[in-house]
Design a protein around this ligand. Structure first.
Ligand SMILES: *[C@@H]1O[C@H](CO)[C@@H](O)[C@H](O)[C@H]1NC(C)=O
Ligand SMILES: *[C@@H]1O[C@H](CO)[C@@H](O)[C@H](O)[C@H]1NC(C)=O
Ligand SMILES: *[C@@H]1O[C@H](CO)[C@@H](O)[C@H](O)[C@H]1NC(C)=O
Ligand SMILES: *[C@@H]1O[C@H](CO)[C@@H](O)[C@H](O)[C@H]1NC(C)=O
Length: 626
């Protein structure tokens, strides 16, 4: 006990020193100016678009209006972006290169625009770092526009990504090669060979077969006799993959759009990791509950533990919300929900439920339905989860939100959902957001939802709000199902078969709910709302990824799970750490130009720091869990 405490204290000291060394300063925001007087500065994820109006020289009275909108802004109208006064020969603006842009040009009240100035002709996907021109002239008192022309040859903005991936693969291969050489004693043989040892190639040990040994087929009785202590490395590796991607994307993800959260509907890499975490929490729960029940821990005590853990998670979440860089957070606008708070709520509900229905032993092994006993043994638990799902659906689609109607799932702002004739600009997040605003208060929820940028919504919306807790419980429960499968069926094929089946089933449900469309389905995939389709979709990926980890790490043992295995063993420390200490390498942020070439390596280094820290803790046998 004392020893453990000392280790913990030491770990926290390392942790605090580390945090002290990292930098809190905020990155500079560089926005293009929209007065058309200056050429804006080059910025990341943008291209220059120059409107050349020299051809209007003789007709200088014409005032042009340029309208733009990103296609990512679903059902948004073109927005006036800049006005080109009669006396200008050209005007340059920055355009977003992350998604296709709609562009149209209009004249003033006396000059109409030809059809080639409409969005159908001018919209395009601009290349990052490109320098585009649109030539504008006046023909028969009509403005006529040429197509955007690319003047330079910008580098592919994904090159840093390819380099990073290439280096990663290269280093991994090198590592494997070195390990192989070490294992097969190639070095020693080489040495022997060089020393002209006659026995050099007659090594009698066959090393090649040793590490490929498959697990022996255990009978079900064997497994029941075996204590529920099988520590799956794949569980930690899966958790590690989630936390590492989470740190990487929270640090900026090299400023690539697919490493950032979706603006509203849709799914990016960044959207996957938090749900995966919730899922794997469920899987681990199956193991901890089984071992507690087998140790004859009373339910009262188990519940007390669950409750305590939830409270600690919630408190840590509040602690994270209390720091905003170096600025102290005002009590009046203290955010209550958050990622760890969501974990706390989900854990409390799912773990308590599982505690009630979990069994210490695998019964029904010989019943005719034995192939489904991972499901049938937990009928009530399933029923309750289905009820939660129905509650989510009913609340989402039948509560009449004042001014927004029923079932609005859009981001508000510029979006104007076709089915809703009333002005929905204040309806961000529909009923989910409404509940949070009423329950916590407008100031106490997240103020910068990702839809703020593209949709220009003004209403706060919390992606970790109350209503989404219901669907995250479902996801945690699906992870728990994976745990039940592991506990019920000892044969690895039976396990993997079920994982894949679940993956396919959830995938089909997800595609059905979103109708295979990003924005047009009944329930679009949406991280901000934790929509049902989002949960199904991320659950589907989780089953597949876990099956992969399980087969490669625990079954065939062809991968040790490194480097993800170490962060997975200390996930909560890494989560807290990265939230508190921001980017360790942020001091380099002043470096110009602001580009992927600069950001990606910095974000990778930032992430690597945490991997090394977790490796260090692993080597020192420091494991902190709550
Ligand atoms: C420009 O506008 C002025 C008055 O505002 C008018 O007198 C002049 O004819 C116009 N020039 C052209 C080329 O239309
Ligand atoms: C064009 O028409 C609008 C509305 O009809 C008016 O507000 C605006 O002043 C007019 N602009 C010019 C340049 O006449
Ligand atoms: C874009 O390219 C043109 C032609 O090469 C050049 O004249 C112009 O200055 C460039 N614009 C910017 C903003 O770099
Ligand atoms: C734009 O369309 C008009 C007729 O609608 C045509 O006269 C003009 O040549 C076109 N401009 C370009 C640059 O294609």
């Amino acid at each position: 006990m004392m020893n453990c405490l000392r280790v913990k204290t030491r770990a926290w000291i390392v942790f605090l020193i580390f945090g002290f060394l990292s930098n809190h300063s905020q990155g500079l925001e560089n926005k293009g100016d929209d007065t058309c007087k200056h050429v804006p500065k080059r910025a990341i994820n943008t291209a220059f678009l120059t409107f050349v109006t020299e051809a209007l020289y003789n007709e200088r009275n014409v005032t042009l209006t340029v309208n733009t909108i990103s296609t990512e802004c679903y059902t948004c109208n073109l927005q006036p972006t800049i006005t080109i006064e009669p006396q200008r020969n050209s005007c340059t603006i920055l355009v977003d290169t992350r998604w296709k842009m709609k562009v149209s040009i209009g004249g003033d009240n006396f000059t109409r625009a030809a059809s080639n100035c409409s969005e159908n002709h001018l919209s395009t996907w601009f290349d990052e770092g490109g320098n585009y021109s649109i030539f504008i002239s006046l023909l028969d008192n009509k403005i006529s526009c040429g197509k955007p022309i690319l003047n330079n040859w910008p580098n592919d903005s994904n090159i840093p990504l390819y380099v990073a991936l290439g280096s990663f693969v290269g280093l991994s291969l090198l590592w494997l090669l070195l390990k192989y050489c070490y294992r097969t004693h190639v070095l020693r043989r080489l040495q022997n060979y060089l020393l002209q040892d006659s026995d050099a190639f007659t090594d009698t040990n066959d090393y090649s077969q040793q590490d490929l040994g498959l697990p022996t087929n255990l009978t079900e009785e064997d497994v029941n006799r075996r204590p529920a202590k099988e520590r799956l490395k794949s569980l930690d590796a899966f958790r590690g993959i989630s936390i590492i991607i989470m740190i990487f994307v929270n640090y900026g993800g090299g400023d690539y759009w697919f490493f950032k959260h979706s603006k509203w509907n849709g799914l990016t890499v960044a959207d996957l990791v938090f749900p995966w975490f919730i899922w794997i929490m469920g899987t681990a729960l199956a193991y901890s509950m089984r071992s507690q029940l087998r140790n004859l821990t009373s339910k009262k005590r188990i519940f007390w533990k669950i409750f305590k853990r939830s409270c600690i998670l919630f408190a840590l979440g509040l602690l994270i919300n209390s720091s905003d860089g170096l600025n102290p957070v005002k009590m009046k606008s203290f955010r209550i929900p958050g990622v760890l708070q969501r974990f706390a709520g989900t854990y409390l509900i799912v773990a308590t439920l599982h505690m009630i229905f979990a069994k210490p032993n695998d019964t029904n092994q010989y019943a005719w339905w034995k192939k489904f006993r991972d499901l049938t043994d937990y009928g009530w638990e399933w029923l309750i989860n289905i009820v939660l799902m129905v509650v989510w659906l009913v609340v989402t689609f039948s509560v009449d939100v004042p001014g927004c109607g029923k079932g609005y799932l859009g981001p508000g702002g510029l979006a104007n959902d076709g089915g809703h004739q009333q002005n929905v600009s204040q309806c961000t997040g529909g009923v989910a957001s409404y509940i949070d605003r009423k329950f916590f208060g407008t100031n106490r929820i997240y103020q910068h939802p990702s839809c703020k940028e593209i949709y220009q919504s003004t209403v706060p919306h919390d992606p970790e709000g109350l209503l989404g807790t219901l669907t995250s419980c479902l996801l945690c429960f699906l992870g728990l199902q994976a745990g039940k499968i592991l506990l019920t069926y000892p044969d690895w094929k039976a396990r993997v078969y079920r994982f894949l089946l679940w993956g396919v089933l959830l995938g089909v449900i997800a595609v059905g709910l979103c109708e295979g469309s990003k924005n047009e389905g009944v329930i679009p995939i949406n991280k901000n709302l934790w929509s049902l389709s989002f949960v199904m979709c991320t659950g589907c990926f989780a089953f597949f990824l876990f099956a992969f980890c399980y087969v490669t790490i625990d079954v065939y043992k062809i991968w040790s799970g490194a480097p993800f295995y170490y962060p997975g063993m200390n996930a909560i420390v890494l989560y807290m750490g990265h939230e508190f200490f921001h980017q360790p390498f942020r001091t380099f942020w002043g470096i110009q130009p602001r580009s992927h070439e600069v950001y990606l390596p910095i974000n990778i280094l930032d992430t690597a720091v945490w991997i090394f820290l977790s490796y260090f803790m692993f080597k020192k046998n420091i494991f902190i869990s709550i």
